[in-house]
Design a protein around this ligand. Structure first.
Ligand SMILES: [Zn+2]
Length: 288
């Protein structure tokens, strides 16, 4: 690693128009093979597009993987999730894994970050494995097998897993279909894939969409996090993506982990969960 600290582009205005980041990779809709229609440019200069056939939203053009790896996914990359405060999410996910496969088992965490999920899963009786495009220094405390690289390129030496977990990973991938297809080869019989992504159809993102469209936000479309998010999913488009990759949706939810302290907050949280309009979209899928 270079000694010099890389510039952090999070939250900075107009990084594209200023030339600090250069989206050059032109893409078609991965589901329909057709060019998308642009609907907005965010405050950093990234172009937000939608496929007029299937409705999938994605960036076009976008940063190449090499530019993302060099400038964004640096050693101090910390997107703010997978902290120790996520234990509510961890225990909910593990409980659902156990309900769906009927026992504890082995889990490969793709995009394992600082390893806090792996640590938690191990403490709860799971056999753990991790992979990331760049292993964070914090993962050195882990004793489980870890691999560095992109999932389709990693040689797992014949290892297979009961659960493969993509927690806030799929929206970062250049080609989610290839990664999901690779999972089919890495899953044990009866195995499960977990995919958690931001839910663009949630109440809060819908309000922010409207505010951005009306120019009411200082940093328009910031909630898309387009700098490092290449795809933006709703329940419908994520379902189309996983089905195209050969999976069946077994269970999904939009959990709300935030504890609302205000009066009525608990009712609001339960209402959002019941109507599945939360800001996080969790899918549990199995091979068809
Ligand atoms: Zn499409």
């Amino acid at each position: 690693m270079a000694e010099e600290k890389a510039e952090n582009f999070f939250g900075q205005d107009a990084v594209v128009t200023r030339g600090s980041l250069t989206p050059t990779e032109v893409v078609l809709c991965p589901l329909c093979d057709q060019p998308p229609v642009e609907f907005a440019v965010d405050y950093q200069g990234f172009h937000l597009c939608q496929c007029s056939n299937c409705g999938l939203q994605f960036q076009n053009p976008r940063l190449t993987f090499d530019e993302l790896a060099d400038k964004i996914y640096t050693e101090d990359y910390c997107p703010g999730h997978e902290e120790s405060s996520s234990t509510t999410a961890f225990s909910r996910q593990i409980k659902t894994f156990e309900e769906l496969i009927g026992r504890k088992g082995s889990v490969l965490d793709v995009g394992c970050g600082n390893g806090s999920f792996l640590q938690f899963a191990k403490e709860h009786g799971w056999e753990t494995f991790g992979a990331d495009i760049r292993l964070s220094p914090e993962t050195s405390r882990l004793t489980c097998p870890l691999w560095e690289g992109r999932l389709p390129e990693i040689d797992f030496g014949g290892a297979t897993f009961d659960v493969i977990r993509f927690n806030h990973v799929l929206e970062h991938l250049q080609n989610p279909l290839i990664e999901l297809a690779r999972c089919r080869e890495l899953l044990n019989q009866g195995g499960l894939v977990f995919v958690g992504v931001p839910n663009l159809a949630g109440i809060s993102p819908r309000i922010k969409n409207l505010q951005s469209k009306l120019g009411l936000k200082k940093k328009q479309w910031r909630h898309y996090a387009a700098m490092h998010h290449l795809y933006f999913f709703t329940p419908e488009t994520l379902r189309a993506m996983v089905e195209r990759a050969g999976f069946v949706l077994r269970y999904w939810e939009t959990p709300v982990d935030k504890e609302y302290k205000e009066p009525g907050g608990g009712i609001y949280r339960r209402m959002v969960e019941r109507t599945r309009t939360g800001s996080i979209l969790d899918f549990y899928i199995t091979p068809r």
